[in-house]
Write a protein that binds this ligand. Sequence first.
Ligand SMILES: Nc1nc2c(ncn2[C@@H]2O[C@H](COP(=O)(O)OP(=O)(O)O)[C@@H](O)[C@H]2O)c(=O)[nH]1
Ligand SMILES: [Mg+2]
Length: 364
Amino acid sequence: MRIGIIGLPGSGKTTLFNALTRGTAQSGSFGGNQSANIGVAHVPDPRLDRLTEIFQPKRTVAAEVTYVDLPGARSTESADLFSGESMGHLQRVDALLHVVRAFDDPAVPHALGSVDYARDIEKVNFDVLFADISLLERRIDRIKEGMKGLKSQERAQAEKNIEVLQQLQGEMEDGTAARDRDFTEEEITAVSDTFLLSRLPLLVALNVGEDDISRTDELESELAELTGGANSGSAVMCGRLEEELAQMSHEEEAEMRSGLDAGESGLERMIRLSYRVLGLISFLTVGEDEVRAWTITEGTSAPRAAGTVHSDIERGFIRAETVSYDDFVAAGSLAEARNSGALRQEGRDYVVQDGDILNFRFSV
Ligand SMILES: Nc1nc2c(ncn2[C@@H]2O[C@H](COP(=O)(O)OP(=O)(O)O)[C@@H](O)[C@H]2O)c(=O)[nH]1
Ligand SMILES: [Mg+2]
């Protein structure tokens, strides 16, 4: 999973990027970072910790989320926030993470002169739509230019595509993001080679100051009203505190958090949110060599899940020996799970569930 971090200059994107990836990129630099920061966060999963204790494998591999902190924008104009270079990065992400400033700090001037997170959310939502509207405009022009040489059947298809793109454009002008509508088969065909920024699921992280951490629940419900929709989600966190905590050992961090009443880490909140918004789940593989978590979308069949491990295993898939994590822990061992019937043989049609421990049988 790959997530692109967007937001106004100085909202705390690089700070949060460091917190999420335990990174040390330069934040607060004049004009922002020159090039994108790309870093990996390991998905915390207590099931993986427990399985590691049980199997004592040579290595444990957590699922990963890659965060892309876009280069700093020269201004707050849509064209600068979503410059050619930024769009190049965004075309390869699965979701957007919008960092919105809510912290007050006279030492850090706000890009729009005052702290007002509701305004900033609206502004950046508008900028995303504006980027899509401009792109649709160019796309429609290009299709029109290409029409002359077309045979009648191709021409009919091109006209149909233009109709769909214009429809989308109109909806965006009325403020509807592509993520908030359903697409028919015909519409999917028409937009298949058009990258729409507003079609990506959207996570909003409200970056609050240290003083507001105690108001997290209150702010979170305010925020939810501004960021509804099935393909959106939001969370409140303090970027600067999270960045400091991310540089500590896990023990020190846990101690600090309980002292500060700062609860679950920003990383964990963000990852939980990303999984929900993107409809992702994890399955697990175990053994003496490796205990590992794998990310798939909900509704993935057993052979497709096997394909995330290796394409040969998908191709030669025979069956998946399957036991849920909870059943495995209750049984105490794979042998016991097999005896009690908790370990099942599942075929091609089986839909993998979150927390399934899978062992694929295959022949190539
Ligand atoms: N007081 C305070 N300052 C913050 C917080 N988060 C970020 N900053 C500061 O705001 C400035 C801009 O942050 P940065 O992460 O570089 O923003 P970016 O331009 O969006 O990448 C830096 O000086 C940060 O230290 C916060 O939660 N509280
Ligand atoms: Mg930055």
